[in-house]
Each structure stands twice: as C-alpha cells, then as structure tokens.
Ligand binder design. Structure first.
Ligand SMILES: [Zn+2]
Length: 94
C-alpha cells in the first residue's frame, strides 16, 4: 500500500501519488515535482481549491514550520500554469 498523506488544503487524506509535494526554499514555496527534495514537505491536492485554501489558512507556513514571510505567489503561479496545461486543451490554444 502507498503511504497516506493529509492535504493541507482540505485536510482529506489521500495516497502520496494523488497529492503534490510542496517545500519551502529560501522563503518561497516550491513545487517538489519529484517528491524528493530534502526537508519538510507539505502535501496538497493538485487543485486550485486546495492550494487556495492552504494559502488562505496559512497551512503551508504551519506545515513547513517556516518562520516569517513565505512567498506563496511563485507556487500559485506554478499551479495555475500546471493545472491549465493538464488535459485542458479545449480552448484550442496550443
Ligand atoms: Zn485537498
């Protein structure tokens, strides 16, 4: 069985492969594409809802134990790009 993690956005439990791993690098939230970066990781569903909820509730800050400001903008941008690029080619733009 796959290890189970809790999504910091909706607090639901899901298997590791259903979630994305996020780490803090130099006070910025970064998507850990290969789920292999060192340090603490926060897990979140690949959905705007969960990412937004986690950012709003500062769940990333708590999960990653970051002190002070955390730049969440980079992550939300990465997510927006990523989610838009996934099987969402309906609008015809390459
Ligand atoms: Zn979630």
């Amino acid at each position: 069985m796959e290890p189970v993690r809790t999504c910091v956005g909706c607090r639901a439990r899901a298997s590791r492969s259903d979630l994305l791993r996020v780490v803090a690098v130099d006070s910025s939230l970064v998507l850990d594409e290969r789920k292999a970066m060192p340090g603490r990781g926060a897990w979140v569903h690949p959905s705007n809802e969960c990412v937004d909820a986690a950012v709003r509730r500062r769940a990333f800050v708590r999960a990653l134990r970051v002190s002070g400001q955390l730049d969440t903008q980079t992550l939300t941008q990465t997510f927006t790009k990523r989610l838009n690029g996934y099987g969402n080619k309906v609008n015809g733009s390459k």
